[in-house]
Design a protein around this ligand. Sequence first.
Ligand code: DC
Length: 231
Amino acid sequence: MSKKITIAIDGFSSTGKSTLAKQLAKEIGYVYVDTGAMYRAVTFFAMQNGFVDNTKFDKESLINSLSHVNLKFVYNPDLGFGEMYLNDVNVEKEIRTIEVSNFVSKIAEVSQVRAKLVEQQKEMGKGKGIVMDGRDIGTVVFPDAELKIFMTASPEVRAKRRFDELKEKGQNVTFDEVLKNVQERDYIDTHREDSPLVKAIDAIEIDNSNLSREEQFQKVLQLAKITSKSL
Ligand code: DC
């Protein structure tokens, strides 16, 4: 790879963005940043403090407490990527539960939350050589990214993937529950007022409903190589 570039990977939930982004970053020696983990960590913070549950969402209290939310990624050499720390505690496991998934879109709608996280994400990408995945990376965080990928797949395919993942982790969920969560998040992510999920005009769309992980990886790797060489 000749010149360090910024790679933005956006798309619907459970399209395998983070698996692809992680693998790509490792292969080309770039830093990987999972922005979904940051929104999940703020959600976990809101749950811990009783700002959100099945009956209510106290948006004002969350906004007023945002200065007490300190997020950082700590590189884990065994895993080969940074793990999410909330106020100096590793929350990787806690932020992947179905409960966090159920509340996260609500939290991600709050403009003050987005502003705080976007600022931190821009800072992390200053030196380039970064692969960042999320919903608004190519549109808001890095509108000038040299390579933008937009990933899609049918809701059923995505729900099946997430269901298998959660089952493997021993979580007690049904397929219908996961499918409902995927569809609800799609709706909220694409309809929110602040930074809705949309494909950037210059993003390359990849529908991976019928692509293997390896096929998809090779495709994006080639794109990354071509883009960095052409600069
Ligand atoms: O990628 P994920 O499923 O872990 O993301 C969790 C949620 O966070 C998702 O429902 C939407 C939100 N999100 C966002 O609004 N903007 C981002 N850049 C990343 C995630």
